[in-house]
Design a protein around this ligand. Structure first.
Ligand code: EPU
Length: 339
């Protein structure tokens, strides 16, 4: 185990914010992680786990230990002619796992193509896109308790998944480090979800009537590439805010005033409103402020055009929250972790 002092995090966060961590250590096995968690220097100061750094906004130097999750590997735990249960190291790149599963002919991850980040972060915030959430293929995960070093298994129910939520963002926030995630994927008779309008449009545009998992993945990739900036080119962390939900009755009121407001009905008389629409209507889409701004194709994505400061992005996010609250009476909650 090698600890480094004053390490730049610029290449370790997709916003490309240039801050330093006072201490940096990489872990490649569960045993190494347990050893790090016991270390005196680590216990004496704040610590954070970093996966792909694609859902974090650093606003200042991190005065503590950054533990970089680098546990790799894929292992088939169980399989029959219909399905496979594959256990994957938390440090594996998410999209590489999706491509690997497609190569194997395994279905279930295709709608989640091209999401930045690591496997360990996927259940943490129940990543989702184009009608599918990771909870649908999630079987269980292995995690190490940060205080006791004990290893625990969490099944689907124990994770308490919700929209961009899990027990690891709530009750157990900062209690556990996820080391492996097991997914249950189909080997045949794949259940495709092409309900999301843009996917069916791309498929029918290509004349595909009976899509394969590869076709769905290709469609998702082309939609994402047309709307979302590539973090390797323009710093960003995907959607900056969650899509808010409002009571149906309040939604009716909003609809009376803003006739084009989109809304998706949820159980319990709630309606989900696209934050991207609210931000665009509040006049923010494509706004540039020095080195940072709001993306021109997707108002939900804040961007760093280079050398932007985390504090400035945070201030921009606050301004956006403020103006959306004033115009619509809706409070936007960040999806990105602000550190
Ligand atoms: N919209 C606008 N203006 C915009 C952006 C969106 O009016 O600038 C409206 C449109 O009405 C559009 C609707 O918002 O039909 C939905 O937009 P989009 O399909 O782009 O999806 P989203 O709700 O903005 C969510 C996820 C994305 C995920 C997409 C596709 C959240 C916070 N974001 O975005 O996830 O890729 O759906 O399923 O739920 C992420 O989490 O980082 C992320 C990119």
């Amino acid at each position: 185990m090698e600890m480094q002092e004053n390490v730049s995090l610029k290449s370790h966060n997709s916003f490309g914010i240039d801050v330093n961590a006072s201490l940096w250590v990489e872990v490649t096995t569960r045993e190494e992680l347990i050893e790090v968690l016991k270390d005196k220097r680590v216990r004496a100061q704040p610590s954070m786990i970093l996966g792909g750094g694609s859902n974090v906004l650093f606003t200042r130097d991190f005065d503590g230990v950054v533990i970089k999750m680098n546990i790799l590997g894929k292992e088939v735990l169980e399989e029959d002619e219909h399905m496979v249960l594959v256990n994957v190291g938390a440090g594996e790149n998410w999209h590489e796992l999706v491509l690997y599963s497609l190569d194997q002919g395994w279905g279930g991850l295709e709608n989640l193509s091209l999401i930045p980040g690591t496997v360990g972060a996927a259940p943490m915030q129940n990543i989702g896109a184009y009608g599918v959430e990771v909870r649908q293929v999630f079987d269980h995960l292995t995690a190490v308790h940060r205080e006791t070093g004990r290893t625990e298994i969490f099944d689907n129910e124990a994770c308490k998944f919700g929209y961009r939520e899990s027990v690891f963002k709530n009750k157990y926030k900062d209690h556990f480090v996820i080391t492996h995630v097991a997914f249950r994927l189909s080997k045949k008779d794949h259940e495709l979800d092409i309900s999301y309008g843009a996917i069916s449009q791309v498929l029918s545009g290509k004349g595909i009537i009976q899509p394969t998992i590869q076709d769905v993945s290709d469609a998702v990739i082309s939609i994402r590439q047309s709307k979302l900036p590539d973090p390797d080119e323009i710093g960003n962390a995907g959607s900056f805010f969650k899509n808010p939900t409002v009571d149906k009755i309040d939604f009716e009121g909003l609809k009376a005033e803003f006739s084009t407001i989109p809304g998706y009905e949820l159980p319990g008389d709630r309606v989900k409103v696209p934050a991207g629409w609210l931000i665009e209507q509040a006049g923010w889409k494509g706004v540039i402020k020095g080195n940072i701004g709001v993306h021109k194709n997707q108002a939900l994505v804040l961007v760093n055009y280079g050398n932007g400061q985390g504090e400035d992005l945070k201030a921009l996010a606050l301004e956006i929250q403020d103006s959306v609250a004033k115009k619509f009476g809706i409070i936007l909650t960040p999806e990105v972790n602000i550190v």
